[in-house]
Design a binder for this molecule. Structure first.
Ligand code: GLU
Ligand code: MG
Length: 448
């Protein structure tokens, strides 16, 4: 959208606050808002932000080891093409933003900037990625002063579709009015748990959509006097909330290069190599796709969330499920599902990290291990070691250590970004460890 159109829309729709939403590596959706008096300046040169923000933790603390301190300035630069009037909050509009230096250069620690750089790299291979983040979440309602999960029905319960209708239709409509299209909806198995898969989009739009999705889910819940939790494992004995990343790779002729009709599983050589790259870097990748201490509680045996490093056709216990194609359009529908992600992930970092890991598989022409055709937890130790199937890191600390040791990932993401991320996340863990009671639940339940 042109800047003049934005100013007109703000005027015509009586918008009072326009927020410039940005996402630092911590994955929290943050924003600075301006009134119409500040709009021209926002559109011309953004709004200021401390350069320490990209090292600040979810607790709003700046780790003392960080290279960035209270002196230094960035600009939050809104992307006019993302301008949206919020359908669920009267008088508000939003733009998604990039973090830039005051000289107008992309800030090297900006996750949206990293994803743009990664997609350009993918483009050098003649490829674009189509992707969709498939969120599960827990809906809460208030009873007295406390919050409880909304309903408890079996998975895919038709009754639960009745019960949750007002809220869900509110979310679907609000998303549609922002150009985000929900494809499916179903209740899941844990108390208050639902899933809302949305239509895929090319790389950057897919990650942007995830921010809009999270914003809208939270905003509509608030309007319905409800709350939504994206916490990966709200309770030990409940199914976790995953955020599976579905994706496929396309060439300039609009051909899905993952598809090969002649392969046993319809998976091309590029597809094999891409999966091999992801599996090779998985332990470090988890630091981005499962970025909270709570994320590791979701990775349990037989939990349908995956906890063994492996892949398999339609295998919901594998890190990567090769999602079988639909008979009406096999080439268009064959896609990969990265299951080791949860909705606390920063979608820009997660998609960039998965793509960079996959590309390393293509660059090195990595050979892929055979697929796992059963629940990997049921395989013998010998079978697991034969196919190099290892169990995931069991804590965020271990995943961060793996990332630090992974030279390719560290360089591909950028040394500075990775270093600050490690410092920030380790500081977050330290803080959680000093808190008492249900510190983890209190920290993460309604944070993302
Ligand atoms: N809830 C599972 C997870 O944590 C996913 C279940 C499913 O396949 O939809 O990833
Ligand atoms: Mg599900």
């Amino acid at each position: 959208m042109e800047k003049t159109d934005i100013i007109k829309q703000v005027h015509d729709n009586e918008i009072s606050l326009i927020r410039a939403v940005f996402m630092a590596p911590d994955g929290i959706i943050r924003a600075k808002a301006v009134t119409p008096y500040g709009l021209e300046s926002l559109l011309a040169s953004g709004v200021g932000l401390t350069s320490a923000q990209t090292s600040i933790t979810v607790f709003d603390t700046l780790p003392p080891q960080s290279a960035y301190q209270p002196v230094g300035e960035l600009r939050i630069i809104p992307d006019p093409s993302t301008f949206t009037i919020l359908p669920y909050l009267q008088g508000h509009a939003r733009m998604l933003s990039d973090l830039m230096t005051i000289e107008g250069e992309p800030w090297e620690l900006c996750p949206r900037g990293l994803l743009k750089r990664t997609l350009r790299k993918l483009h050098e291979y003649g490829l674009i990625i189509q992707a969709s983040f498939e969120n599960e979440f827990t809906l809460y309602e208030q009873q007295g002063n406390a919050w409880f999960p909304f309903g408890k029905t079996p998975s895919f319960s038709s009754e639960s579709i009745d019960q949750s209708s007002d809220f869900i239709l509110g979310v679907i409509t609000a998303l549609k009015n922002q150009g985000v299209y929900v494809e499916k909806f179903y209740p899941e198995s844990a108390p208050g748990q639902f899933e809302l898969p949305i239509c895929h989009q090319p790389g950057l739009s897919a990650a942007d959509q995830q921010v809009v999705f999270r914003e809208t889910l939270r905003g509509v819940a608030l309007a319905h006097k409800k709350r939504v939790s994206l916490m990966p494992k709200p309770a030990t004995n409940w199914a976790g909330n995953g955020c599976h990343i579905h994706f496929s790779l396309w060439d300039n002729n609009n051909r899905n290069v993952l598809y090969d009709r002649t392969d046993d599983y319809e998976l091309s050589l590029i597809g094999h190599q891409f999966i091999a790259g992801i599996l090779d870097h998985l332990d470090g990748l988890l630091a981005f796709t499962a970025p909270t201490t709570n994320s590791y509680k979701r990775f349990v045996k037989h939990g349908w969330a995956s906890c063994y490093r492996c892949w398999g056709p339609d295998n919901r216990e594998a890190s990567i499920r090769l999602a079988s194609s639909f008979s009406h359009a096999p080439e268009k529908t064959l896609n990969l599902e990265y299951r080791a992600a949860d909705p606390t992930c920063n979608p820009y970092l997660a998609m960039a990290a998965v793509t960079l890991a996959g590309l390393s598989g293509i660059e090195r022409k990595l050979e892929l291990v055979p697929p796992v055709l059963s629940d990997p937890a049921l395989l013998s130790l010998e079978e697991r070691s034969k196919y190099r199937i290892s169990v995931y890191p069991s804590t965020l600390e271990e995943a961060l250590d793996s990332l630090e040791k992974d030279e390719y990932m560290t360089n591909a993401i950028g040394k500075n970004l990775t270093n600050e991320y490690l410092i920030m996340k380790r500081h977050e863990i330290e803080t959680i460890n000093t808190l008492s009671g249900d510190a983890e639940i209190d920290t993460y339940r309604f944070l993302f």
